[in-house]
Write a protein that binds this ligand. Sequence first.
Ligand SMILES: [Zn+2]
Length: 435
Amino acid sequence: MSAREHNDESSKRRVAYVYSPEYIETCDTLSKVPNRASMVHSLIEAYGLLPHMSVVKPQVATMEEMAMFHTDSYLEHLHKISQDGDNDDPQSVDYGLGYDCPVVEGIFDYAAAVGGATLTAAACLLDQKCEVAINWAGGWHHAKKDEASGFCYVNDAVLGILKLREKHERVLYVDVDLHHGDGVEEAFSFTSKVMTVSLHKFSPGFFPGTGDVCDTGLGKGRWYAVNIPLEDGIQDDRYFQVFTSVMQEVRSQFNPEAVLMQLGADTMAGDPMCSFNMTPVGVAKCLLHVLQWQLPTLLLGGGGYNLANTARCWTFLTATVLGKTLSSEIPDHEFFTEYGPDYSLEISPSCRPDRNDSKHLERVISTVKGIKDVCVYWRLQVRLCVGVERKQVCACLCGREPSLTYGPFVSAWLFQCVVSCVCSCRCVPLRWMKV
Ligand SMILES: [Zn+2]
């Protein structure tokens, strides 16, 4: 397994790796992924990768720093219940705490540690101490400003992006976790300064249920959210093909100054989510595609519920960033026995079928590529049509049944309303006819 291909720039890349024993110990307490932080770090260390990076001790986020995104009332509540691990506070339901996000003693300290670590990584990039900064214990993309969600108590990805925005005009968020990066998309849905791109499983009943291709952002942020819904069973080659097609378009349209990438490993073959069928090699190719832009890049973890496979994946990605080739044999270390029966770094795809229909994937890609063109066409039409009554022929880019609506277009603002037309899925008008 070689991470060296297409990676000539890697030798020049300075990499910061956020780590302290206390930080890892705190992250190990997360009940959904117990000891995962230790397993990931130990494998990276066992492969001898630490001397090739600058190891940076993470700060703990202050209340004020977390309040850059989260509401005071949410943070105060989290702080209150964290002191004795009270899982029965009646108010907790309002803040999404309970079932998916259980309350345990010290949960506030965990949130502050994760948030602080991603802020530390972002600060290393802003101070130009590195070109790539890594926090594998971060990437909790579901948390909302006033709500915990999907194992996420603090949205460190949002905090990291806000930090990068202190010096960078346009920040790109790329999310390759199995789940839609809904918390990050929602946080920036109204701005054109942060573009969010999420590739994820989109299927009825699958968490969080958002992220259809026609969800493109709101108000000023319209067209600055990109969603790539995928079906079960996708493998490395096809995923990479979709990823590069979309990212080429995203880069040329948005021209980002910095990137934050969430690399959740619940897409791996063998994950209990049992959905995608990826290996670290496929994800590494996607990562290299972004790294070759040579922009300040912050890398975060995320999901990953087969703990050994998650450690394999993020270790391989760390080596990819550093341009190192790793031996297939897992080195002897504290968690060695977790890697049986083969004790190998590779993850083999399972034989489950790929449910992604080629025509569907082509339509998703052409939709994403077409959206901006339609947008330009659309603005032109607004100029031409102001004050003129027209019949609008709507065709949804998401491929649903076209529908008709009428509108006297008196302003660009009204025009925006009309776009969310009768089929109520934010469809986009493709053709116009005079009445
Ligand atoms: Zn996930």
